[in-house]
Design a protein around this ligand. Sequence first.
Ligand code: SAM
Length: 286
Amino acid sequence: MSDHRHEDGPRRPGQVKEITSLANPIIKDIKALSVKKNREASGTFMAEGLKLVLDALETGWKIETLIYSKAGQGKPLVERAAARTIAAGGLVLEVSEKVLSSVTHRDNPQMVVGIFKSRWQSLFDIRPKPHETFVALDRVRDPGNLGTIIRTADAAGASGVILVGETTDPFALETVRATMGSIFSLPVTRATPHEFLKWQKSSGTNVIATHLKGAIDYRKADYKSRPVVLLMGNEQAGLPDDLAEAANVKVRIPQQGRADSLNLAVATGVVLFEARRHLLTLADID
Ligand code: SAM
């Protein structure tokens, strides 16, 4: 093994475990995280990419395991991530490219992968404040849609994403990939439809449901006087009646052309940026 020197001082031998075998039990456990049941049982998930892992560490996410390929050996930022992981009581693995490919199911894997503790925000801890916007998703099925929505909600300055009913897992690798790091910035909450309806009654929010039968143009809704919850329907079925009827208003995005509807993530982006139009300026971006 190399002399693992880094900016926080040299690490002691034994702090980095070298693994080249796919049959190694630690690697088997990590590969098992591709199954939702195992992610839930361990309360952990996988995120790829050095910058993303460093940003997550920077913002206080708890890392359990850092894995890097031999190509990362001696690179200062990889060394920094390794030192932080060890300082946090985590495990650091230096693995062959073959092992990293098999863990991430990619031919050209990123050099660094982190296994982090998952975080869920409790629904009844959410007390919306003026100018806050939340996105509530009814039974979202597609990991790419969910990841894109989390990323978009983060970019629009929303305060969280609420998953209502049986949904795809925000901590699945494909979803985490599609969030491009926003999984570490935006709180995610899960709720049954019953819990969501109970919460919305006392939340003081304007619940704006997007619906293909909505009579109001989405540009005419009130996004200013109260915190907003944008309620989006399932990809196939749209919103069920109980959620749609309990909303304060049902809005529609006018369409032309032959498409029946917009893709869920696209519809969310369109309404979300309208909802926050009065709060977003270019001065926010540098
Ligand atoms: N067949 C479904 C239906 O009848 O609602 C289509 C669902 S659409 C693919 C998924 C979600 O995106 C909808 O439930 C709604 O929240 C939103 N959406 C898509 N196009 C929309 C539009 N033109 N106006 C309002 N919401 C829309």
